[in-house]
Write a protein that binds this ligand. Sequence first.
Ligand code: F6R
Length: 241
Amino acid sequence: MQVHLYDTAEQVGQAAAILIGAQLLEKPSSVLGLATGSSPIPTYRELIRLHRAGVLDFSSAITFNLDEYCRISEEHPCSYHRFMKDELFDHINLKPENAHMPDGNAADLSAECARYDRAIARAGGIDLQLLGIGRNGHIGFNEPSDQFVYGCHVVRLTQSTIEANRRFFDSEADVPREAVSLGIGSIMNARRVLLVATGADKAEAVRKAICEDIDPDTQASILRTHPSAVFLLDRAAAARL
Ligand code: F6R
């Protein structure tokens, strides 16, 4: 595992965009695993800048997002569908049919999870997976647990995640309680994993992921066994290493 330290969240985003851009230049039809939340925003800004500057072309790329809340409309301002359009998809030349997200409104969510895993396999697997990390060490919505779950599954969000995500919603009661998330197996099967973490509120999760035993109570700790994992951290997130 590689760890790179930067002074600012913007530098973390630039470094992540360089690695994603290099992946795309090497293989224009790359399958990219994408994340939502605050952490990847500087990365997406830099990817958009490089696209507008004529450096990066997403026309052959395929993307799969990590997760989506259950039972909120795709057009809801807090849905991850909306987030991805606003923060990335509407600003690059990715073909809409190549941008995949789990359907948190599917009537049969178990069937939807199986369909999503099959779609990733059919695309040839994920070449590069971008991740944030939760304050509780989650990746995707794989919450602290006594086990690692392999495939895509429906997750009940923990109170800590509900509180962390409350900032995007009008009230805590509006935060969905369930989400569809890629499993740890799907994340670990990515050929490369890139985790971005910024800010002091991630320092403890980053310390546990990097310095303590591999333990499903800190789901990100499993990334230490990945053959090509890169952690890009700002000073605040790295403060307890
Ligand atoms: C988002 C996701 C989550 C976030 C994590 C950090 O798709 O899967 O694991 O990466 O909750 O969120 P932020 O970046 O908002 O602190």
